[in-house]
Design a binder for this molecule. Sequence first.
Ligand code: LLP
Length: 443
Amino acid sequence: MYEHGTMKINAAGHIEIGGVDTVKLAHQYGTPLFVYDTALIKERAKAFKSAFEEEHVAFQVAYASKAFSCIAMYQLAKSLDLSIDVVSGGELYTALKAGVEPEKIHFHGNNKSIEELTMAIDAKIGCIVADNFYELELLQQIASKHGTVVQILLRLTPGVEAHTHEFISTGQEDSKFGFDLASGQATEAVRIALDSKQLKLLGVHSHIGSQIFETDGFVLAIEKVFDQLKPWRETLGFVPEVLNFGGGFGIRYIEGDTPLAPNVYVKEIIKETKKHVQALGWEMPEIWIEPGRSLVGDAGTTLYSIGSTKDIPNVRRYLSVDGGMSDNIRPALYDAKYEGALANRATDPIEDQFAIAGKCCESGDMLIWDLPLPQVKPGDLLAMFCTGAYGYSMANNYNRIPRPAVVFVEDGSSQLIIKRETYQDLINLDQPYKMQEVVSFEN
Ligand code: LLP
């Protein structure tokens, strides 16, 4: 079993996280249940930050909250002195409600609405990462109406494709995100931003993809960014105070995944930036990064109850759980792979490989195809590991399945941070059908 963070097997043979028995958690809160090991989140945040501190480089580590966002998560991030990256009015609203200081919020997105931009400018958030020409225009209009100046970064598309799943890489030139370098659009965007009284151009941003295990993609992106920065300084006089190299640092989901430690990514980014800066004789800018998955991914575990089983002789043994693509769409969407174990009998000898099926009315709702488990019976508790990023945040109500509860665990105690959705919650937004009067018809 992949024991990570504070996870271990206790004397009862149960999986324990944060010093809390998962069998107890399942009884107390029900299943499916997301369990977050907050000590692991804290350790990761510290690792990213201390890598910058050791190198004496000014920085911001912004939690990419799309990975998992709710009031308590924003508050935890705030307590860890992280900045926050939001990508919608909803995330911005939640972060502000959670008490995050507006100046520590960065706002991303390729189609921020007028309402969303107005909300961000009203709240005086730290920075908006401008994605396209239309947004630059909107920002100037709104800022001028409010008599204010908006701090922005320009999102660049550096044309670097990270080694990752095709659907989750965003750095290639043909992308819906950002200003592309090759065509000169990025240069035009810098010119517009510098000419505007309403915009304060802090620097540039690039993000090359997600679940990245090497540093060479970042090194290449930094090189491409500096290839632009040099002429921009010479011809436009633009000196960036901030360089944001995005997120994408990988985690281990299954055996064979070989992510680097947070400090390795950070130190390489610093080394490469310093190299360019020194060669040009410039001041070192602030470096910002935006980890999402690597802060919360392997800190999350989903507990499911096993229900029906189906053995097809010489074909496959199916075990169905009480959740599925409604709480974790990643296997169906990206063919993402996970590991797991029997949480209530973690030391029992392995009997066979099982296919873990979700309960949604869809053949593709399979969570794991080949999980080695002991002899299993209905009512057993399955722990699926590393579900903390893009699990709950991409959860949905397909088949009107209520979304699970979420708990934080640490030092032997647990706290409910998101309540389980109820059937009542599911119909709260619904409005009754108003029957049209039947018009009688005669001819
Ligand atoms: N910054 C930007 C601009 C991003 O677009 C993303 C992720 C991040 C930071 C955080 O990336 P991370 O450190 O979490 O890899 N739903 C997909 C992942 C989509 C990522 C989108 N952008 C998944 O479940 O794998």
